[in-house]
Design a binder for this molecule. Structure first.
Ligand SMILES: Cc1cc2nc3c(=O)[nH]c(=O)nc-3n(C[C@H](O)[C@H](O)[C@H](O)COP(=O)(O)OP(=O)(O)OC[C@H]3O[C@@H](n4cnc5c(N)ncnc54)[C@H](O)[C@@H]3O)c2cc1C
Length: 396
């Protein structure tokens, strides 16, 4: 057991970063009775959180620590009660287009932990009952009733409004923090702010994060590309993925997908761009789809149209009708911890902690990450999520 983590009772917490990880840490601190001063450099969020399609696939976590965190996060998102315009209990579907893919989904659906993941295997009729838009090439699907879809920008706005109503919360928008000391932080105008604890939730794309990570080798960067169609009359009530998308989720960590995947290189690779379909409908009716992934830096700065054309063709095949025209494309980078940690929690001193490296789990797990941080800081409880090998471990 380590010594008491921080040297005195906590009254005020300084949180740096207004993305979903910072916002959920602020909510958790307020819920635990602390006052919060919250610092965000930008006038509006532009980094990872608003770039995400907001698919929260709790069901696709690795067994053990991650699945526990994912189920806990699913409950916490529900308890936050953000409303159906911002978070919808859509469930999710992985679509099989041939017997080989269906065999994979049946194998997953018969795992002992399938009920914990909300998984059931549906035949063609069952799939179309859940998602009538899928009139094309479908041989069955893996449905999870656990998963949800959020509108990331609206989510940030709504949670921020909720925080702002609280008397113990003070927001410093447009305030970049340039230095961190023992119990204080200094902003770009040289003002010093003091608190009992400092939690840095500065995402991946931040000088502060990069200078604070003690061992840069514990993190790697992945570039993702997505596209959005114009608004359309089509209704896609659940997000859909092809089985290859599971390869990039925790569920792949225990090797249970080996042998079935990946599909032929021609179907999944263009140059160094790895392609796996996920498509979700936004609140405004448009479809957001991807994903194109590059795992080796340096990344090209352009957006290659060919992978997105391939994904369009694949989605068209499942729908049995043409996709609406694409009107926007964008990319974003996520940083993932190496060594199977689920995210990085780095103590920079007795009262300063950095939370980063949430990869593509950041929104999904955010409320659980926040609870874990304060469990650790104030009660010395460690869930094991930030220890090497956490993605395959069932006991701490
Ligand atoms: C293309 C893409 C798709 C994704 N898809 C999903 C998905 O489907 N599901 C999922 O769960 N996750 C997904 N993710 C990952 C998810 O978006 C991130 O894990 C999550 O948003 C990280 O949140 P964050 O608050 O740590 O970082 P960010 O959202 O990047 O926020 C960090 C904030 O800190 C601020 N900041 C930085 N430095 C300073 C400073 N010095 N002073 C003050 N403020 C500072 C920044 O301005 C920024 O607003 C995706 C990410 C991308 C890029």
């Amino acid at each position: 057991m380590r010594a008491a983590h921080y040297p005195r009772p906590v009254a005020k917490v300084l949180i740096v970063g207004g993305g979903i990880v910072g916002i959920t840490h602020a909510l958790e601190a307020i819920a635990r009775g602390f006052d919060v001063e919250h610092f965000e450099a930008s006038a509006e969020p532009r980094d990872a959180t608003p770039r995400s399609p907001g698919t929260l696939h709790f069901s696709r976590a690795a067994s053990g620590v991650e699945l526990r965190a994912a189920r806990d996060a699913a409950e916490r998102w529900q308890a936050l009660g953000v409303g159906s315009a911002v978070a919808s209990p859509t469930g999710s579907l992985v679509i099989a287009r041939d017997d080989n893919e269906l065999a994979l989904l049946e194998m997953l659906g018969s795992r002992p932990d399938a009920p914990e993941r909300g998984w059931s295997v549906l035949d063609v009729e069952g799939t179309r009952a859940v998602n009538p838009a899928l009139a094309g090439r479908v041989t069955g699907s893996l449905h999870s009733g656990l998963d949800i879809v959020v509108q990331p920008r609206l989510l940030l706005e709504q949670l921020h409004r909720r925080l702002s109503d609280h008397s113990g919360y003070r927001f410093h928008g447009g305030t970049k923090i340039r230095d961190v000391g023992g119990d204080s932080i200094e902003d770009a105008n040289g003002r010093v702010h003091r608190g009992d604890l400092v939690v840095l939730c500065t995402g991946s794309d931040s000088d502060l994060t990069m200078s604070a990570i003690g061992r840069p080798a514990q993190i790697r960067t992945v570039r993702l590309q997505l596209a959005q169609t114009e608004r359309c009359g089509l209704e896609l009530p659940t997000p859909v993925s092809e089985p290859a998308a599971l390869l990039y989720c925790g569920i792949a960590a225990d090797g249970s997908l080996d042998g079935f995947l990946p599909p032929s290189p021609a179907a999944s690779l263009i140059g160094d761009q790895e392609i796996a379909l996920t498509c979700v409908q936004r609140a405004n009716g448009s479809l957001t789809f991807g994903e194109v992934r590059q795992q080796e830096e340096p990344f090209d700065f352009g957006i290659d149209r060919r992978p997105l054309e391939l994904l369009t063709a694949r989605m068209t095949e499942i729908l049995g009708s043409p996709m609406p025209p694409v009107v926007r494309q964008w990319d974003g980078e996520v940083r993932l911890p190496t060594g199977g940690r689920l995210w990085i929690r780095e103590d920079l001193g007795p009262t300063v902690t950095l939370i980063t490296g949430t990869g593509q789990r950041g929104i999904t797990l955010a409320p659980s990450i926040a609870a874990e941080t304060f469990d650790w800081l104030t009660e010395d409880i460690d869930s094991g999520a930030t220890r090497p090998g956490a993605d395959q471990r069932s006991v701490d």
